[in-house]
Design a binder for this molecule. Structure first.
Ligand SMILES: C[S@@+](CC[C@H](N)C(=O)[O-])C[C@H]1O[C@@H](n2cnc3c(N)ncnc32)[C@H](O)[C@@H]1O
Length: 244
């Protein structure tokens, strides 16, 4: 779904400037030291959208340095304003693409990743753009520490089943696999999309992938940049059966 252009984006960004990391490449290998030297862990959320989950999770975990990457500034500004309203000091935002994570973070710099309700890219032609495609999961290996985790949630059944095949292929063990997270009442912090789908009665899928140590790291194939993704997204998003 295309976002409506937010009015006054520039001035609103300026008011939230303390949350925005202008050049994430400059902080590569230095995130904790530069932003929160006492942080016990570094958590990174991909595609935070309007940031309901971001703001609440950062607030609940003040000992964590919480980072969020989002490539649509019109959504990210809402997330930043939510964090400002809560007076948070442990959360920062990158206006960028998850495909570039290895340029932003050094090996082992991140303890935990969150992928919540990522775009499903239902056409098999676009499978490589799914944030849980094997190659993306290999990309994350390059910034996660050994034993680091990926916490993944989606409403999309086909994407979830597909992802369960991808995690082991990229060297992650699976745990906490559920196809109806809120069956017995709300579990954990909800995202904006999750809240909406849960209200509609859609079951929420969740799993955790833990990075296993591998003697030989799987080969990572660099992912074409954001312009490529934008053009592709505008061209088509037709549905077709998912294949592992
Ligand atoms: C369906 S929305 C979900 C937003 C939020 N996580 C939630 O659950 O409410 C997916 C979000 O991921 C962002 N996104 C998709 N691909 C991305 C990428 N490669 N890098 C950064 N953000 C991305 C989109 O701009 C969008 O805001």
């Amino acid at each position: 779904m295309r976002m409506r252009k937010k009015p006054n984006l520039g001035p609103r960004m300026e008011r939230c400037a303390q949350f925005l990391i202008e050049d994430p490449r400059e902080l590569r290998g230095q995130w904790r030291q530069q932003l929160k030297p006492d942080a016990q862990q570094v958590w990174l959320e991909l595609g935070c959208g309007k940031g309901r989950f971001t703001a609440e999770t950062a607030q609940q975990n003040p000992e964590v340095l919480y980072l969020a990457v989002e490539r649509v500034p019109d959504a990210m500004i809402v997330a930043m304003e939510r964090c400002a309203a809560k007076g948070l000091t442990n959360v920062f935002f990158v206006d960028g693409d998850a495909a570039l994570l290895r340029e932003f973070f050094a090996p082992g710099e991140v303890d935990r990743l969150f992928i919540n309700f990522c775009d499903p890219w239902p056409s098999n032609r676009h499978a490589k753009r799914r944030l849980t495609h094997e190659n993306f999961l290999v990309l994350y290996r390059g910034i996660l520490k050994d034993g680091g985790q990926i916490h993944f949630k989606t409403d999309n059944h086909d994407l979830f089943e597909y992802s369960l095949f991808q995690f082991p292929k990229a060297g992650y063990s699976l745990s906490e696999v559920t196809r109806n997270l809120h069956e017995h009442g709300i579990q954990g912090v909800m995202t904006d999309y999750e809240e909406k789908f849960h209200r509609l009665g859609t079951p929420i899928n969740r799993c955790v992938g833990t990075k296993e140590h591998l003697e030989t790291e799987p080969e990572f194939h660099p992912i074409p940049g954001p312009d490529f993704h934008r053009a592709a997204k505008e061209s088509t998003q037709e549905a077709a059966p998912f294949q592992p």
